[in-house]
Design a protein around this ligand. Structure first.
Ligand code: 7TS
Length: 405
């Protein structure tokens, strides 16, 4: 990959922050957008904007083609069997809430258990907790090992005849651990239990083939894969989605409405009430094309190189604890420095133009498990460079000099 050329595709990277060139290492929170994605938004509003699905007129047909073309793109991207299995949502959080609500209504009752893990983002914890209070289900939690991997023996022992769903992250947004989802799915299916994979940190870095994985639900957010905010994906096997009731009611999701009885639209529209973010979907199509043109495997190789390079340099500083030391790790480094609050490091890095995230990263149960209030996190994307890693390490050394003085 020609990183210099790639960086030219991302207008925001030209910026200076506090008179220093921006080093953007907060990619796990959201990625920056290439010009093709930004232009797609502008072009859609300048040339084809009209509400989708409802119009006979020219523009409505063009925007419907764009929106449904985006669905076909996502189907290809995940290698789903049919576009009926691709539901557009606002993002990972809404996708998980949709499954919790709708799968929960159809298939879960008091005493049933859902298994999550200790390393989940709040988005894959709280929706299930809402079902605990609504329906009396119980949450079971897979513990993590010292290196930050799922304890697979403990996982096997958690499965009982009460287990109705397993919902785990593909990649941890804190530890970077790439979880063995193939193995989890295989164990789950041998017990007739469906699996939801939270792919928020997976899809941007790892090639996903939902048929090969045989996963029941796979979800991700557009904005973490170079697409705009406000658009995301729920992949669900048709056999599940067919049996699940609608999530929200409104336009688009209906077959026929009368005051006596309303019937619902077919898949995927049954789950898409109201005007969808068709402009977001059109721009997401460009983002997925962009990623595929570079090759997701090439992106992963590049990010892993940055991960290894920066990890070594960080370790050499001394007094640093890195959380997540799995050998199967994505481009995320969370760490703390002895005796220093993560927020102070984040602030002093920012003053040197380096954007990192600090705090609990929406994974408070994991922070409790690690016995810390928060971390500093650097996370990489396809446009980051070794030179930026050096800048980050230099800036960190400078921050530590100030804080330890
Ligand atoms: N699941 C995981 C594993 C995530 O990392 C995130 C967002 C979500 C779910 C929620 O995604 P959303 O697009 O619906 O908000 N993670 C982060 C992060 O690590 N820092 O900011 C957001």
């Amino acid at each position: 990959m020609d990183i210099t050329k790639i960086r030219d595709d991302f207008p925001i990277l030209e910026q200076e922050v506090y008179k220093r060139p921006l080093v953007y290492f907060d990619n796990a929170a959201t990625t920056q957008k290439p010009r093709v994605v930004i232009d797609a938004i502008s072009n859609a509003y300048c040339t084809i904007n009209a509400n989708v699905h409802r119009g006979v007129h020219h523009l409505s047909q063009l925007s419907t083609e764009g929106h449904e073309g985006g669905r076909e793109k996502v189907r290809q991207f995940l290698n789903a069997k049919t576009i009926k299995e691709i539901i557009f949502t606002r993002g990972t959080t809404e996708s998980i809430n949709l499954v919790a609500s709708s799968f929960g209504e159809a298939f879960l009752s008091a005493g049933d258990e859902v298994i999550v893990s200790e390393m989940e983002h709040h988005s894959n914890i709280v929706p299930w907790q809402l079902l605990e209070s609504k329906k009396g289900i119980k949450l079971r939690v897979i513990p993590i090992t010292e290196v930050g991997e799922l304890d697979m023996n403990a996982f096997r022992n958690l499965i009982t005849e009460k287990t109705k769903l397993i919902s785990v992250a593909h990649v941890s947004n804190v530890l970077g651990t790439i979880n063995p989802i193939e193995q989890i799915i295989s164990i789950a299916h041998s017990n007739n239990i469906p699996v939801l994979v939270d792919g928020a940190q997976g899809a941007p870095h790892i090639k996903v083939d939902v048929q090969k994985l045989d996963v029941d639900f796979y979800v991700f957010s557009g904005h973490k894969i170079y697409a705009p905010t406000g658009v995301g994906v729920l992949y669900g096997k048709e056999e599940w989605l067919d049996k699940m009731p609608p999530y929200q009611g409104g336009g688009e999701m209906i077959g026929k409405v009368t005051f006596e009885k309303t019937t619902f639209n077919e898949l995927p529209f049954k789950f898409e009430a109201g005007t969808p973010d068709y402009v977001g979907v059109i721009a997401m199509t460009e983002a997925l094309n962009y990623v595929e043109n570079l090759g997701i495997e090439n992106i992963a190789v590049h990010e892993t190189e940055l991960l290894q390079y920066t990890t070594e340099k960080l370790k050499a500083i001394g007094g640093i604890t890195i959380y997540g030391n799995s050998s199967c790790k994505s481009g995320v480094i969370s760490f703390n420095v002895d005796g220093i609050h993560p927020y102070d490091i984040g602030m002093l890095l920012d003053k040197q133009g380096i954007a990192v995230r600090t705090g609990h990263l929406c994974a408070q149960p994991l922070m409790d498990r690690l016995g810390i209030p928060g971390v500093v996190r650097a996370s990489f994307a396809l446009y980051n460079t070794k030179d930026e890693c050096d800048k980050f390490i230099n800036a960190l050394n400078r921050a530590l000099d100030i804080l330890k003085r």
